[in-house]
Design a protein around this ligand. Sequence first.
Ligand SMILES: Nc1ncnc2c1ncn2[C@@H]1O[C@H](COP(=O)(O)OP(=O)(O)OP(=O)(O)O)[C@@H](O)[C@H]1O
Ligand SMILES: [Mg+2]
Length: 232
Amino acid sequence: MIEMNSIVKRYGQQTVLSDVTFQVKEREIFGLLGPSGAGKTTIINILTNQLEADGGNHRIGAAAFEIGLVLDEDGLYVRLSCLENLNIFADIYAIPHTKSLEALERVGLTDAAKKPVNKLSRGMRQRLALARAILHSPKILFLDEPTSGLDPGTARGIHGLIKDMRDSGATIFLTTHNMDEAVKLCDRAALLHKGSIVEQGAPADICDRHHAMKTVPDLESVFIKLTGVELG
Ligand SMILES: Nc1ncnc2c1ncn2[C@@H]1O[C@H](COP(=O)(O)OP(=O)(O)OP(=O)(O)O)[C@@H](O)[C@H]1O
Ligand SMILES: [Mg+2]
């Protein structure tokens, strides 16, 4: 469903991605793991054609209108209500406004439907961005750090929603710093380190291979085992 082959990306003198190759199968939750600055957002931007690579090739099995996307910069209209924000997107996708209410319900924001975005908490705002991304039942959902900075309860709710999306046929590509999240959520994961993928497979297997603690697997120890390099 998603494929990258030997992707290279440079910003000026800095080579951010030197050789990135991976595949994501249909209906799987795929996690791209890496420390801050590793190039995770850059990979999403390349896959969604917002950024051009300097080498290699990639393809995704969905048209632009069949993609859902949640980035750091959520692009919500802060003075409009939750429902109004979703209705604007419903109009763009030519789907009925009833879908907006359904999406709010799915992310647990029904009671906040009439609240303006600038009166939402961070977690509520993140859930609204997610509601907007799933409004049109996308074939592929790209999520850039969907749970970063959220409390464990809200994060669990978002994990549940991501699994529901997968179960109803979507392919999910997400990024995270958190090995524990990958183990709980992802069918497969890849580790991005120094511009290339150094590991990919089932998250639990990756932990096993590197003797990372199974209960509290942490990305840092996996990286140190893999590379002998401590993360900055
Ligand atoms: N527009 C840009 N111009 C120049 N350098 C950039 C640009 N965007 C990203 N970079 C650099 O590319 C590298 C990778 O950035 P990217 O945002 O992809 O990392 P990330 O893995 O998403 O990090 P984080 O976990 O902090 O979000 C960083 O060193 C960053 O400084
Ligand atoms: Mg990023």
